[in-house]
Design a protein around this ligand. Structure first.
Ligand code: NAG
Ligand code: NAG
Ligand code: NAG
Ligand code: NAG
Ligand code: NAG
Length: 705
């Protein structure tokens, strides 16, 4: 991975000779990448167990690492130890993780293929005469709120003989305390529960901090590693090398527990489960493990009068113990897999009508998007209130804000496409809070709290200020939700907030003050063309809300004519004097911008934006596209995956395909091993550090057209 990166860095050192050399060196690395079949391609990082901001484990694979070359990682890069071995007729093979077991001999299984779909990452490896398939499956259950809120993921391991003979096979996996924290010095404890049906290892930090985070890990709750208790199932807890050697040498575990609770790295305690499959023929035999991270309460949410409520996972409305959740989750595996396969197929079929590259981008976006969210309810055991469902989303990596409006907005298409009600559950925390009157600004607030999972609002009004950006976003999302569902509850209940924000836009959006847009990494700028149009479309959206849903024709007509007149003025300031393209800021002729906010018009089906503006921009993109896309604006060479897809809603098909192919080409370049980065340089492909963010949900934008 390191060598690969250095070689590509070299290649950016301009001279043709260096470029030629780097191409040569790059090609020489290819055999590593293509030693197995990658379907559809080898991504920067495979999602392994990705369901919540804290259950987020990936395989860093961009450089061509196999499942058993490196340790799985939390999205930040901290190792989440997850080891897997197989014993075949007495010979041991590792198939998962990068364990070093002194004193026990094993070979590495050879990876044959790797594949990702929207819900699964599937690896096939050869271990002697056995082919082992490890399926990492993180369900997406958009219309079943109980199931969607269960913070668990599956690993299924299946084995089949490839030589026509039968072989005695056992399968082993373990996890380390690194699933609880990135600080190996913290003390953890653990217990093992074996019932007739299920064996579970539960582990947790000895010092718990409710709602506490450190290095993006939660300092609260427990990790559960489980499997069905079948004939031949064994378990063990203890030091990594001891437990792994026990399995490698014997093919079974000792059914013993270590009760010497200690730090994560103090003789590395691991929690292991094994299955003796017995004679395995060419008919695959499989076993399933589940991994989950559960805490309660999940979110702290501000109420009237600056009081706070602890909110719990939605699934508690259907369960009273975690043991029942785990038991159902494991026994639901086959049914869950069929639902997931049909979701994969639906997304595949819909996106294939655009292009196969688009299909790949969509598939890699799904678990990452849903894995940044948690569905919650209020109440207490026996008195849960499912009428009070709220969804929380962590911004991830750019910072840890809760329900950031300009992160929900780019991510929005994934929720709208799979179940628009989820959009409502994401907006409600913001709307309810601002309706309490505690947020002092006239414009829409940026987020629900600076640091997930604390949604404590911004009663001092000192949230990151993006006045036009967030007011426009709230209006546009409210109208979109209402149009797609016919549910008028948001626009009727919160009509005074929407009016307040629309009035703010009327007063401020035509000539925006020196302020931030969602491109905050580039700093503030006055008179941003692309920001202004978001606000103008927001005013237009208000007129539609008033005319269609609130039946106030006279106010609707006032907002409508304001929007129409602003649009004309905007064109005179926002388009370069030669009429060739939109400029970043009024009056600065040497600039250009990715006009992704024009897509709000397409999203809402307003047909408000003149075709001439879309057409000139489309031509400009066509003529000015770099290797990995078109820059967000003139200030840097950074581009943005999801904003290019959004922009593709307003361009010619050929430009839309150009954006898609640029993103697909960046994702498969081997330049990075982080979870899907959404901001990278349009020429070198260097990643900015924005990674694992839910904004990739915006990659579904074209499915909404
Ligand atoms: C482990 O630590 C937690 C949190 O401090 C505590 O509640 C629990 O009782 C401990 N469990 C064991 C087995 O010591
Ligand atoms: C349940 O939630 C709804 C929606 O927030 C609220 O109107 C209702 O009062 C709540 N019910 C109880 C019993 O708290
Ligand atoms: C924005 O542009 C207008 C028109 O050119 C100008 O009058 C105004 O001063 C600019 N605003 C800022 C904050 O620079
Ligand atoms: C909005 O204004 C435009 C231009 O004047 C007009 O064509 C359109 O019918 C108006 N729409 C509504 C809903 O009033
Ligand atoms: C125009 O924009 C470019 C790129 O952001 C910037 O470097 C330059 O200073 C701007 N010019 C003026 C006159 O503001």
């Amino acid at each position: 991975m390191q060598r690969w990166y250095h070689r590509l860095s070299l290649s950016t050192m301009v001279s043709t000779w260096n470029l030629a050399l780097s191409i040569f060196l790059t090609l020489s690395v290819y055999p590593i990448v293509s030693a197995w079949t990658s379907t559809p391609f080898n991504p920067p990082s495979y999602p392994l167990a990705v369901r919540t901001p804290y259950l987020s484990t990936w395989l860093p694979s961009g450089s061509g690492a196999a499942l058993n070359d490196v340790w799985p990682q939390f999205w930040t890069g901290a190792i989440t130890g997850w080891a897997g071995f197989l014993v075949v007729d007495g010979d041991a093979y590792s198939f998962l993780g990068d364990p070093d077991v002194s004193g026990a001999a094993f070979a590495k299984a050879t990876q044959v293929s790797a594949e990702f779909t929207s819900t699964q990452s599937i690896f096939t490896l050869k271990a002697g005469s056995i082919e082992v398939t490890a399926t990492f499956f993180s369900p997406i259950e958009p219309t079943d709120l109980v199931k969607q809120s269960i913070p668990f993921s599956y690993l299924s391991v299946s084995a089949a003989s490839t030589d026509g003979l039968s072989h005695i096979v056992s399968v082993y996996t373990d996890i380390s305390g690194e699933w609880l924290t990135s600080n190996d010095a913290l003390t953890i404890n653990w217990t093992t529960t074996a019932t007739a049906a299920v064996i579970t290892h539960q582990s947790q930090l000895e010092t718990q901090t409710v709602y506490g985070e450190s290095a993006d890990r939660i300092l609260q709750g427990s990790v559960y590693y489980s499997t069905e208790n079948l004939a031949g199932t064994t378990y063990q807890t203890g030091q990594d090398i001891v437990v792994r050697a026990q399995f490698i040498n014997n093919g079974v575990l000792s059914d013993t527990v270590d009760t010497n609770y200690r730090a994560v790295s103090d003789d590395w305690p691991v929690f292991a489960l094994a299955h003796l499959l017995g004679d395995v023929t060419s008919t695959p035999q499989s076993v399933v493990f589940s991994i989950g991270q559960v805490r309660d309460p999940v979110i702290e949410y501000i109420q009237q009068d600056n009081t706070f409520e602890g909110r719990s996972y939605y699934f508690w409305s259907a369960y009273s113990t975690i043991a029942e959740v785990i038991s159902d989750f494991l026994s639901d595996y086959s049914a869950a897999l069929s639902r997931a396969n049909s979701l994969d197929e639906t997304l595949q079929a819909a996106s294939a009508s655009i292009s196969s590259s688009y299909t790949d981008i969509v598939a890699l976006s799904m678990r990452q998007t849903f894995g940044a969210t948690e569905l919650t309810i209020s109440g207490s055991p026996g008195a849960w209130n499912t009428s009070d469902t709220l969804m929380f989303l962590k911004e991830i990596s750019s910072d840890g804000n809760v329900n950031t409006v300009d992160v929900i907005m780019p991510a929005w298409p994934a929720f709208m496409y799979l179940n628009p009600a989820l959009g409502k559950y994401l907006l409600l925390p913001l709307l309810q809070y601002q309706a309490t009157g505690q947020y002092p600004n006239l414009y829409a607030c940026h987020d629900m709290g600076a640091s997930y999972p604390i949604a404590n609002g911004h009663n001092l009004g000192n949230d990151e200020p993006m006045p036009i950006e967030e007011s426009g976003n709230m209006l546009n999302m409210a109208l979109d939700y209402t149009q797609r569902t016919g549910d008028t509850s948001l626009v009727t209940t919160y009509s005074s907030l929407f009016t307040q924000w629309a009035d703010y836009l009327v007063a401020n959006t035509l000539f925006p003050a020196d302020q931030l847009a969602t491109t905050d990494f580039d700093g503030a700028l006055p008179n941003q063309t692309n920001l202004a149009i978001k606000g103008i479309i927001g005013i237009k959206a208000m007129s539609v809300i008033l005319s269609t849903y609130l039946h106030d024709a006279s106010s609707a007509s006032t907002y409508n004519s304001t929007a129409e007149s602003y649009l004309k003025t905007w064109q005179t300031f926002g388009i370069s004097t030669d009429g060739s393209h939109l400029i970043l800021e009024y009056g600065n002729e040497t600039t250009e911008v990715l006009g992704y906010n024009l897509a709000m018009d397409a999203l809402l089906g307003l047909d408000f934006m003149p075709a001439s503006v879309k057409s000139l921009q489309s031509t400009w993109y066509e003529n000015n596209m770099a290797l990995y896309g078109f820059p967000i604006d003139s200030r840097t060479t950074y581009t943005s995956a999801q904003w290019m897809i959004w922009t593709g809603m307003t361009t010619s098909t050929s430009v839309q395909n150009g954006f898609i192919d640029a993103i697909r080409s960046w994702l498969s370049s081997g330049l990075t091993s982080t979870p899907f980065g959404d901001r990278f340089e349009d020429d070198t492909g260097a990643n900015s550090g924005n990674e694992a963010r839910p904004v990739v949900g915006g990659n579904l934008a074209l499915l909404l057209l």
